[in-house]
Each structure stands twice: as C-alpha cells, then as structure tokens.
Ligand binder design. Structure first.
Ligand SMILES: [Zn+2]
Length: 336
C-alpha cells in the first residue's frame, strides 16, 4: 500500500529465515481484512510503501533450526500476532498480549515469514481438501475475532445476543454466538446480501434502524430489557454508543472493532451496569477448537468470502470491499 486508495501488486524479495524460531509458509490462500480499509481510506497515515496482509494459511516451506514442533510440509494456520505461547500472558490465554509478540505482516503474498513458529502456528492433522481452505483461512483472524467478540460479550446457552456491524467480523460473530448456543441473535444490517448471510449463520432478527431508532427497535424486540450480550464489530463512536445503549443492566459488550475516536463515559457505564471487554482477539487460544469445528463440518465460516481474485488483482479486491460490493476478498497467490 503506497497511500490511500493506492495498492500495487509488485515483485518483492522472497522472505528468508531471519531468526532460528522462524518458519516460511507457502500460502494457499490469503485475504483482505476490514482493518486494512482504515489505512486504505486514509484513517491511518502510510509513511512509506507497506506490504499488507496478516491473515494466512498454507504449507510450511522451511523452518529455522530452533523450531521443534512445526515441520516442513505441514498445513498450518496462525494468528496476526506471533506469540511464544509460553509466557505468563500466553498461558493466561492472551497470546495477542504475549511478552514477545510480533506483528505478522506482508501476508498478501505467496510466501510469508512467521516469527515464533512453534508458539504461533497450529498444524492440521493432515493436508485438508481445497474446499476447506477458505474456512481455515478465516480462522487466522476474522473468525477468531468474531469468536472473541462473542466470548468477551459472555454469550451463554439460551442468551439474547445483538451484533453491531454487518462486516465479515460481525457476520462471524453471529455464527460464533450460534455455535455457543445463543437462542436469539439480532443483527443490525441494512444490506440485503449481508442480511441473508447473517440468517444463514443463525441470526433470528434483523434491525435496519440506526442510532436512537436502532436502540428503540432492539428494546422493543426484547420487551424493553435489552440484550444479554452485545458484539461491537465496527470501532466507531456511533457503533460503541449503539452497543452500550442496547445492553441490559448486568449485560456485556464484547468489542473487537479497532476503536477510532471512541471515548467512553465512565459515569454512564456506571449507572447502566454495563460490562465492557475487548481487544485484539487471542486467536491462538481458539485455533485448535475452531480448526476442529471446521474439519468436522460443524461450521463453514469461509462463506464470508464472496469474492475470490488472483493476488495480482489485489487492488480490485480492496476497491470492492471499500465500495461494499464485496463482504471479504479471498486472494489466491498462485493466480489460478
Ligand atoms: Zn507469550
């Protein structure tokens, strides 16, 4: 990415093992994240041309001499933050706060260097069939983030859940809430194709109103009570206000939209009895369970990819997501 709305496909040097704990992965699939749209739209400044992408799955091509559990030839999935998976924060389940965490960048490419390979990557028992690649790729960030939103919002069996945001994370938040046994899942969306996918993933109600009208509509749907668990999957002040406004006293907001300009009013939260928890999803903690759910056919998060392009057409992938023509773009590095 060279700057706002300027993404170029270019030849770059192949990544090499830089630390003994590194692995090099040949990616079977990669994708564009909703968070890549923040710099694309100029919300985060780009000071120099930056390799993009942090979602990945693929086959281990090489490992450093310090790597013991990950082997050449394995099919692996990892998180957007590398983690050692041994420090106190990792052992507590917060690998995205690892004391040695390192950002994994440049995944919109055929080859990727992953630091701390043993702690970061999870291998599947065998080479999965190609039809599972989109769902396994989704686990690297978007599905893991939707899952964390639901987990952070304390979704329980029989719960009433509301989801703010109908992007890929919000839609997979719906799927996560369903997998966790929510009874009622209300999603706020104005887009027909996203509403359809939300229903496929388990949404029971769609709310098209926004702002105060949206809050009123959800109060009405919940007999004036509000939702037990609310997933905030956008990151704007409006979305956060919406999420807090529809949470019942004693309920929880799980927020995973990267906050941009969100400010909180502690007194308001105090008198509302609303619990707030969020952050960069500790995807690594969830990977073994989520991989098992995909391989056993219990869920198919790969459905969020409604556009597939060869990597060389990456710029069109960004445009399509920016203009909301696509929910999420999958990129095929081999260009088939
Ligand atoms: Zn750690």
């Amino acid at each position: 990415m060279y700057g706002p709305r300027d993404v170029r496909f270019e030849e770059r040097p192949e990544p090499v093992i830089a630390e003994p704990t590194d692995a090099i992965i040949r990616l079977t699939a990669t994708c564009i994240c909703g968070s890549d749209l923040w710099p694309y739209r100029g919300a985060n400044p780009i000071t120099e041309p930056t390799p993009m992408g942090h979602e990945y799955c693929g086959v281990v091509e090489d490992v450093g001499r310090g790597v013991t559990s990950i082997k050449k030839g394995q099919f692996v999935i990892g998180s957007f933050f590398a983690s050692d998976n041994t420090c106190p924060h990792c052992r507590f389940g917060y690998q995205t706060s690892c004391q040695h965490r390192a950002l994994v960048g440049g995944a919109q490419a055929p080859l990727l260097r992953v630091p701390l390979a043993d702690g970061t990557l999870v291998a599947t028992p065998e080479m999965p069939s190609a039809d599972l690649f989109p769902s396994l790729l989704a686990l690297s960030d978007v599905m893991g983030t939707g899952w964390f939103a639901a987990d952070a919002a304390n979704v329980k069996l029989g719960a009433t859940v509301a989801v703010v945001g109908d992007g890929a994370v919000g839609l997979l938040g719906v799927l996560s809430a369903r997998q966790m046994g929510a009874e009622r899942i209300i999603v706020m969306s104005r887009h027909t194709t996203r509403q359809q996918l939300a229903r496929e993933f388990g949404a029971t109600d769609i709310v098209t109103e926004r702002g105060d009208d949206g809050v009123a509509r959800i109060k009405e749907l919940t007999k004036g009570v509000g939702a037990d668990s609310v997933l905030e999957c956008v990151g704007t002040p409006e979305a956060m206000a919406q999420a807090i406004g529809i949470t019942r006293p004693g309920g929880s907001v799980g927020y995973v939209g990267v906050p941009h300009g969100v400010e909180l009013d502690a007194a308001d939260l105090f008198f509302r009895h609303v619990r707030l928890f969020g952050g960069p999803a500790p995807v690594r903690r969830y990977l073994p369970d989520l991989i098992d759910r995909v391989l056993s056919g219990r869920m198919n998060p790969g459905k969020v990819f409604d556009l597939t392009l060869p990597l060389r057409e990456v710029a069109e992938g960004y445009r399509a997501m920016d203009e909301r023509r696509a929910i999420k773009t999958l990129l095929r590095p081999e260009g088939d």
